[in-house]
Design a protein around this ligand. Structure first.
Ligand code: IVH
Length: 673
C-alpha cells in the first residue's frame, strides 16, 4: 500500500466527498458525524503540512474565500428563460391540447398521447452551475435571465453541489441548472436563532435562500444550510446527453445532484391532472417548499419542434398550486408559554382557508416583530403558510384600517402561572422564570414524547395537558410511574388506549442515548448536537460527568451549546430529574458498534456462494469495519469477493480491473485489521 501524504490526501478527499454525497444528497449517511469530522480534521492537518497537494475538490476548499466588494455580472451563454403558468387543472389540459395542435402541424409522427415529465417547481432561487473538465468553475444566479451574478464562492459552500463531477460528467463544458432552496426544518431553525438573537426573521424560505446566496462574505453563506436541486442542463460542449428528459434527469442524479423526488413521466392531459392532484396532496409532507409542478415534453425531437417563444419555451409549463396567502382579520394576540419559558405572542385569526388548510393561529415570534409589522388587534392581515405548514402573518393591510384597531401591550407576567416575566439584556424573547409553571411542564413533556424524541405513541398534546391538569404528572419522570386506573379515569381514555399508552411508555425506555438527550429539551441542543454529544459520551454516566471545556472540544459545539448543556448538568433540580429518570429503568440502545474503520470508503460486492460466511454475515463484517456493500459492480467498486459459482459480476470485475478476492483472502484481510 502506498502511504505517501499525496495518496492519503487523495483517499481522504474521495472518501469525504463520498460521505458528504451520502449525507447531503442521498440522505443516507453511512458513518457518524464524529467519524466524518475525524477524517476531515486529518485531511485538514495533512493539507496544512502539504499545501502543494491541496486538491480543487477537497471539502476543505468549500470555505475560506475572502469577502467580495460586489458580485460580477456575467452573461449566460444561453439565456435562462422563464415558464408560462397554468393556474388550474383546465389550463393544464389546455396546455396538452395546445402542444398537440402545434405538433400536428409538423410532419413528425406523433404518439396518441404526448409523454411529459413532471417534477416539483421548487420555490427557491434559480442557479446555473458551470463545470469545466468536470470541475465547478462558476455559479451564476438567474439575474434578468440574460446576465447573472457570479456567486461562485458562496455556491462552493453548498454541500449538495459537487465540486467535481464523476468521470461520466467530465465533459469539456457542462452546465447544470437548478434551484437553491432552504429545507423547511433548516429554515425554521434559522429563524428561531435569528429571533432569539433579536434579528428579524426571514419572511419565507425563498427569501432566506436568496439572502443567504447573495452574501458578499461567503463565510456567512457557509453557516446557512442551503440545498440545491437540479432540474436540467444548460449549455454544454461535446456532450451526448440521453435526450429524453427523464433519462437526462437520471443522468444528472447519477452525476451526484439531488433532483425532484416526484420526477416521473405521464401521458396526456389526464396523466398531467392526476399527477398534479397527487403532488398537491403530498405537498405538505415534503421537506422543502414547492409552488407547483413543472411539466416538460419528454421527447427531445418534439421539444425541438416546439421551440421557444420570447421568454418561455413552448415545451414546458409551470402548473401552480393554490395560493398560500390569504387575507383575514387579526382578532387577538395571546401569549404562549414554551418549554423553556419563552413567551411567544400568537395571533388569533378569523379562520381562513390557506392552500387547503384552515388557519386560525400564527406565531408572531416576539414583541419586536409585532412592532416592526405594526400589527394592531382588529387589523386585516395577510397570512401565509410556510415552512412546515407553519402559518405566518406577513403584513397588515393599511388601507383596511378604520381607526378602531388597538395596539397590543405586551403583558408583564406569565399568562399561566402569573410569575413576572424576565427579559435578559440583549435577548429579544421574554421568559417565564418559574420552573414549576404548568405550561412549561406541559410543553416539556410534549417535546419529550414527540416523534423525534422518545416517540411515545398515544400521548398527544391533549392527553399531556390532562395528565398535568389532573396532577398525575408534574415532571418527566412521573410519566413512568403512572397507574393504570388513574389513566383510565381520564376522559376519553378507554382500557385499550390506556394499555397501549403504558406499553408505549415501557418501549420508550429502550431509546438511544442521543434521542434521550435531545428529548430532555435543553436549550440549543437539537437532534444533531444531541447525537454528537451522545457519540462522544457513550453512556449516560459519562454524560453526567461532561464538563463545559470537554463539550467545547466537540465538533459543531460552540460556547452557546456547551454553556447551555453544562448549566443544565450543573442545575440541581435538573440533575435530580435526570437521576429520577435513569432510575425509571432506561436502557439506552447503543448504535451498532464498529470494529474498526479500516475499510472506510471501500466498496465491496459479494458474489457466488461463500463457504464459511453467510451473505448477511459477510456484509456485517464489511460494515463493522466501516466499508460498504453494493449489489452491482462498477468502476467505484474496490473489491469483489467471489465465492463458488460466481457469474456475471465476476466477469464484470475482471473487465473493469477490479480486485477479486476469494473468501479466504477476504477473511484474512479483515482479520489483519
Ligand atoms: S425548468 C425554460 N424546472 O421556475 C425554463 N424550472 O419560471 C426551464 N423552477 O426561475 C426551467 N423549479 O428556476 C424548471 N423543476 C423546475 C423548476 C424550475 C423551479 C424555476 C426556475 C425559473 C422559474 C421558471
Amino acid at each position: 500500500m502506498n502511504n505517501s501524504p499525496a495518496s492519503r490526501i487523495d483517499e481522504l478527499v474521495r472518501d469525504l466527498n463520498y460521505h458528504a454525497h451520502r449525507y447531503y444528497v442521498l440522505n443516507a449517511p453511512e458513518i457518524s458525524d464524529a467519524e466524518y469530522d475525524r477524517r476531515y480534521r486529518e485531511l485538514e492537518a495533512l493539507e496544512q503540512q502539504h499545501p502543494e497537494l491541496i486538491k480543487e475538490e477537497s471539502p476543505t476548499r468549500r470555505v475560506g474565500a475572502p469577502p467580495l466588494d460586489a458580485f460580477e455580472s456575467v452573461a449566460h451563454r444561453i439565456p435562462m428563460l422563464s415558464l408560462d403558468n397554468a393556474m388550474s387543472e383546465e389550463e393544464l389540459v389546455e396546455f396538452d391540447e395546445r402542444t398537440k395542435r402545434f405538433l400536428e402541424k409538423s410532419d413528425l409522427s406523433l404518439p396518441s398521447e404526448i409523454e411529459y415529465t413532471v417534477e416539483h417547481k421548487f420555490d427557491g432561487v434559480a442557479l446555473s452551475l458551470l463545470y469545466r473538465e468536470g470541475y465547478l468553475e462558476r455559479a451564476l444566479t438567474r439575474g434578468d435571465g440574460v446576465n447573472g451574478e457570479d456567486v461562485t464562492t458562496n455556491v462552493r459552500t453548498i454541500k449538495s453541489i459537487p465540486l467535481r463531477l464523476p468521470e461520466e460528467g467530465a465533459y469539456p463544458y457542462l452546465e447544470i441548472r437548478g434551484e437553491v432552496v432552504f429545507l423547511k426544518s433548516d429554515f425554521e431553525a434559522l429563524n428561531e436563532k435569528r429571533v432569539a438573537r433579536g434579528d428579524d426573521p426571514f419572511a419565507n424560505p425563498r427569501n432566506a435562500a436568496s439572502g443567504s446566496l447573495r452574501q458578499l462574505d461567503s463565510s456567512i453563506t457557509a453557516r446557512r444550510p442551503l440545498t440545491f436541486f437540479a432540474y436540467g442542463f444548460g449549455d454544454s460542449e461535446a456532450v451526448s446527453l440521453p435526450g429524453e428528459n427523464l433519462a437526462d434527469m437520471k443522468f444528472i442524479s447519477e452525476l451526484g445532484f439531488r433532483v425532484s423526488p416526484f420526477l416521473q413521466s405521464v401521458k396526456g392531459g389526464k396523466g398531467l391532472v392526476e399527477a398534479f392532484r397527487q403532488a398537491e396532496d403530498e405537498r405538505e409532507q415534503l421537506p422543502f417548499e414547492v409552488d407547483g409542478l413543472v411539466v416538460k415534453v419528454n421527447d427531445a425531437s418534439l421539444r425541438e419542434e416546439l421551440g421557444t417563444k420570447q421568454r418561455s419555451p413552448r415545451w414546458a409549463i409551470a402548473a401552480k398550486f393554490a395560493a398560500v396567502e390569504e387575507n383575514t382579520k387579526l382578532l387577538d394576540i395571546v401569549l404562549q408559554v414554551g418549554r423553556t419559558g419563552a413567551l411567544t405572542p400568537v395571533a388569533v385569526l378569523e379562520p381562513v382557508q390557506v392552500g387547503g388548510v384552515v388557519v386560525s393561529r400564527a406565531t408572531l415570534h416576539n414583541e419586536q416583530e409585532i412592532r416592526r409589522k405594526d400589527l394592531r388587534i382588529g387589523d386585516t392581515v395577510i397570512v401565509r403558510r410556510q415552512g412546515d405548514v407553519i402559518p405566518a402573518v406577513v403584513a397588515h393591510v393599511p388601507s383596511a384600517r378604520d381607526g378602531s384597531e388597538k395596539e397590543f401591550v405586551f403583558p408583564e407576567s406569565c399568562p399561566v402561572c402569573g410569575a413576572t416575566a424576565e427579559k435578559p439584556e440583549g435577548e429579544a424573547v421574554a421568559r417565564c422564570p418559574n420552573p414549576k409553571c404548568g405550561a412549561k411542564i406541559v410543553q416539556r413533556i410534549i417535546h419529550f414524547v414527540s416523534r423525534n424524541a422518545l416517540d411515545v405513541q398515544g400521548l398527544g398534546e391533549k392527553v399531556v395537558e390532562l395528565l398535568v391538569d389532573e396532577g398525575l404528572v408534574s415532571d418527566l419522570s412521573d410519566l413512568f410511574h403512572l397507574e393504570k386506573e388513574k389513566i383510565a379515569s381520564l376522559p376519553r381514555m378507554g382500557e385499550l388506549s390506556t394499555q397501549n399508552l403504558l406499553e408505549a411508555l415501557e418501549k420508550a425506555k429502550h431509546v438511544s442515548l442521543a434521542k434521550f438527550l435531545f428529548a430532555l429539551g435543553i436549550r440549543h441542543v437539537g437532534e444533531r448536537t444531541a447525537r454528537i454529544i451522545a457519540e462522544h459520551a457513550g453512556t449516560i454516566d459519562n454524560v453526567l460527568k461532561l464538563t463545559e471545556e470537554e463539550l467545547l472540544e466537540l465538533p459543531e459545539v460552540g460556547p452557546e451549546i456547551a454553556g447551555s448543556f453544562a448549566s443544565f448538568l450543573a442545575n440541581e433540580e435538573e440533575r435530580e430529574l435526570l437521576v429520577r429518570l435513569i432510575d425509571c429503568g432506561f436502557q439506552f440502545q447503543a448504535p451498532e458498534a464498529k470494529a474498526s474503520d479500516s475499510l472506510a470508503g471501500k466498496v465491496f460486492v459479494l458474489t457466488g456462494t461463500l463457504e464459511e460466511l453467510s451473505r448477511g454475515d459477510a456484509k456485517k463484517l464489511v460494515e463493522s469495519h466501516g466499508g460498504k456493500v453494493s449489489s452491482s459492480v462498477s468502476k467505484k467498486t474496490d473489491f469483489v469477493v467471489a465465492g463458488e459459482k460466481a457469474g456475471s459480476k465476476l466477469t464484470k470485475a475482471e473487465e473493469l480491473g477490479v480486485a477479486v478476492l476469494s473468501e479466504s483472502d477476504f477473511l484474512s484481510m479483515v482479520k489483519e485489521r
